[in-house]
Each structure stands twice: as C-alpha cells, then as structure tokens.
Design a protein around this ligand. Structure first.
Ligand code: SME
Length: 163
C-alpha cells in the first residue's frame, strides 16, 4: 500500500478535505475489519491534518462509549451517554463543534491541553455505531468545513464497514 497522506501545501481547507477523501477512499477500499480500518483512519487524519488528538469511541453497550483506535495521548476508556462532548453527540445523534471546551458544561478533559473539539457520530441505517472525536490544543479550530469533510469521511467508512 502506497497512499500519501502527507500534509498538503493547499491552503484551502475544503480542497484539503477533497484531496484527503480521494486518498481515503483508496485506503479503506475492500477492508471490512472495524479495528483495522479505524486504526488506519486515525493515522491518516493525524498525518494529513496534524490533529492534536483524534480517535473513535464505540457504542458497545446502551449506557456508555468505549475507547477505540486513536492517535494522541492516553484517554479515558469509557464515556457515559449524555456525558461530555462525545456522550452528548451520541445522545443527540448529531455532530458537535465546541470552540472553547471550558465553556461546554460537563466537558471531559482527557488532556488539560485540549482547547477545542469536534465530534461526529458514525451512523449507518439509523444506528449509531460510535463517534469520531478530534481535539485541538488551540481554541476555535473547527468549523463547518471540518464538519462537512469529516462527516463525508465517516459516512464512507460506515458504508464500507457495515454494509
Ligand atoms: N473531551 C471528550 C472526552 C474524550 S477526550 O477528548 C479524548 C468529551 O468531553 O467527551
């Protein structure tokens, strides 16, 4: 496998996501093992975008999320439904952008350096399989372009894994 996820010189963020998605489609094509695909997904996101922390929390019970593949410093194993940014995105089944984590009630600080966050639910056939969680060590790092690009990626991943 030789797919290049090196950070692009392209300054336009939506173009960077467009190029990322092209390479990403090739990366996951034909592989249906959840752990393997998620592990390569976070590695590719980390390499392409240099995210501070990027990982998955998976729905393995009705009450809580369980830590899945990630890149970054160690993180909490379990997050209860409705708790923190991840548990709230799971409960509401919608993406969340948090420009300042200190202003989000109940934010769970896995790293004290985290300043802003985006969480994208993984939904397939109306079932939530987990969430993609990305943290930044700078405030206000994520916007609608990130939401759109990451949602597209997560939808592609879910269609490959769960179809
Ligand atoms: N901040 C998250 C917890 C997970 S860590 O960021 C890796 C939250 O509030 O759900």
């Amino acid at each position: 496998m030789n797919i290049d996820f090196k950070p692009s010189a392209e300054s336009d963020k939506s173009e960077r996501y467009r190029l990322f998605l092209q390479h990403y489609a090739a990366l996951i094509e034909g592989e249906r093992d959840e752990i393997s695909v998620m592990a390569n997904t976070v590695a590719a996101l980390k390499e392409a975008f240099g995210f501070f922390w990027v990982g998955f929390y998976l729905v393995k019970s009705e009450q809580e999320l369980t830590l899945g593949p990630f890149q970054g410093s160690i993180a909490c194993y379990r997050i209860r439904k409705g708790r923190g940014v991840c548990g709230t995105a799971w409960e509401k089944a919608c993406p969340l952008i948090v420009p300042d984590v200190d202003l989000f009630p109940g934010h769970i600080a896995c790293s004290s350096e985290s300043r802003s966050e985006i969480v994208i639910p993984i939904i397939y056939n109306k079932v939530i399989k987990g969430v993609l969680d990305i943290d930044s060590d700078k405030a206000d790092s994520f916007d609608e372009t990130d939401r759109k690009g990451l949602e597209e990626m997560v939808n592609l991943m879910a269609a490959t894994l769960y179809r």
